[in-house]
Design a binder for this molecule. Sequence first.
Ligand code: BGC
Length: 445
Amino acid sequence: MWITLFLAALAAFAVFKVSLISYRRRRYPEPHYDWSQINTDEVSFPQGFHWGTATAAHQVEGSLSNNWTIHEVAKGLEQSGAACDHWNRWKGDFQLLSDLGITSYRCSIEWSRLEPEPGRWDDAALQTYSAMIDELLARNIRPIITLHHFSHPQWWEARGGFTKKENIATFLSYCERVFDALSDRVDTWVTINEPTVFSTMGYGLGMFPPGRRSPRLTLRVMRHLMLAHAKVYHSLKAKRPEVQIGMAKNVTLFDPRNRWSPIDWPLSRLLEWLWNGAWRNGIMKGRMLFAKIPEAKNSLDFIGLNYYTHVLTGLSIVSLRNLNFPKRDQEVATEFGYPMYAEGFRRAIEFLAPLDVPIEITENGVADASDALRPEHLKRHLWVLSQAIKDGYNVRSYHHWSLMDNFEWAEGYSMRFGLYHVDFETQERTLRASGEVYKEIISSN
Ligand code: BGC
């Protein structure tokens, strides 16, 4: 009798577990393709599709003084220093764009250069940015300008940066000033780069400035970034309704390391919601993380997608602080540690589709100093993108991260993302094999 009952309970438990796993599999699939069966050369892109690369001011320009330079010293990190000396070499670097056949270039403006002290504006610096725009246009390259890509003046950081709602007004004035100077020639703008990365890394994990570890501040900064974006969006749109304004969202997918695990699964759902879902709610509903931000509703003309990977979530997440990511057996780890997972590129696009605005791929790439993986990485992601477009997703551009090796934030110069190798001693740029691959794809599409 007891044995029968025990066996029945065991069987019921097994059935419950199997159906739970299969429900989770159906509802939240994690596809893996058999890449040996896929010809990644078979791609096609629509007429007018933009081929691009992306950079950010603090990572390439050099000789800056901002929240990051302070953080680099305070945390004993490798210092950005001269970076790619792009501030002095931008003309030559734009020739590199033309050599690749690039038609769209995403870069950012360094607020600390323009307003080194509160209220003191460096017009010559703004003139240089303006000359850069002219040069890009003369080369038939569309500029996409990012207004905030992780860095800002230290004096603004000292006032509390995005932790304080009242600071948004200063950020807005900076954005307006840049917009007034450049929007006669720039028609595509990104307000803020990767709000979730900025807030989590700076206020949750403490790896970005200001190096805080406070869940409360992390959530507050997330909300304030959304509010700041919305305010900038409405203000700039009022000036020139015809321009296209968006945000660059890092969509990282969180998949349970073990689908049956009572910890991994709910944890992955929670992180997915915090990282992606709550942000999308902000734009779609004007509500984010238990706060009302009505200005945020529909405050996008396009969405920029930065896609890199999925994170296999489990208790090992605690070691995420060291950026120590697990991977599936069939996956290849990239130099950053996280796996190459091109299948997730499609999922990220699907995730953004309900926003019902065109998608620009504002970043995608891989840290790979030897360039052994980058050609395959590029081809897989472009194949996935080509399929998504064929299936009707409205994706207008692809910007590879990055044009050249540069300062990779907390990782310093150890992570090399460039289509061009940079020798930081001589500042010599050399096209990598993957750069040749990209050039070939651009010219045949
Ligand atoms: C950022 C870039 C960074 C890249 C590679 C993105 O999160 O926007 O600035 O270099 O990822 O890690």
